[in-house]
Design a protein around this ligand. Structure first.
Ligand code: SAM
Length: 193
């Protein structure tokens, strides 16, 4: 498990500067447009943040996020969905992000400060061990992260624990539709392709 975390840290430390060249799918502004994020939203976000976006879907589109909601984004990366969520939750909402890569956390904090997204807060921590009380959040978001967890049962248990009764998980991720060949399955890098 530790080996997987080290490989993930290494990859996403580089992605914090720019996602270009690290993924087999479209990333950055082009990727976000393709996934259905609005041009109006993207026009508010500086290149420095858009460049690190490596989400695989649009979890905010799955269900309406009401104003005033308390939101958690697990594996928030450089803060793209945090900013997008803060536009929906408004001044009375709270938006928390967690990420285990220090470079991503530093990038997210700088991005959100520059955007004056004052209802957002980012913590450097693994999603499998959340520092929040039971029943804190209305919605947990995740964009391309659950797949990276080497401890999914614990991750889902933590998500369930911190959700309020009636709260929900809105996530996007990649799934395998056939077995990986053994030489790929054995490689720790395959976790974060
Ligand atoms: C594919 S990127 C997606 C980032 C962001 N959600 C986005 O849409 O741009 C995955 C992110 O999850 C973080 N991550 C991976 N495993 C994690 C874990 N177990 N706990 C917290 N963060 C994790 C990585 O550091 C990276 O920033």
């Amino acid at each position: 498990m530790q080996q997987i975390r080290v490989a993930i840290n290494k990859k996403y430390a580089a992605v914090a500067a720019s996602a270009t060249g690290y993924f087999k799918y479209m990333v950055g502004k082009e990727g976000a447009l393709q996934l259905g994020y609005s041009k109006e939203l993207l026009d508010q976000i500086p290149e420095s943040l858009l460049n690190s976006f490596c989400g695989v879907g649009n979890p905010l589109n799955i269900e309406t996020i009401p104003g005033g909601s308390c939101i958690l984004d697990i594996g928030c990366g450089a803060g793209f969905d945090l900013f997008a969520a803060s536009r929906l939750t408004g001044a009375t909402g709270r938006v928390f992000g967690v990420d285990l890569t220090p470079e991503m956390v530093a990038r997210a904090r700088a991005n959100l400060t520059a955007l004056q997204a004052n209802t957002c807060e980012v913590l450097e921590i693994s999603s499998e061990s959340l520092p929040f009380s039971d029943q804190t959040f209305d919605v947990v978001l995740s964009n391309g992260v659950i797949n990276l967890s080497p401890d999914k049962p614990n991750l889902f248990a933590e998500i369930r624990r911190v959700l309020k009764p009636g709260g929900r998980l809105q996530f996007a991720d990649i799934i395998l539709d056939k077995e990986l060949p053994p030489h790929l399955a054995a490689g720790v890098e395959s976790w974060s392709q």
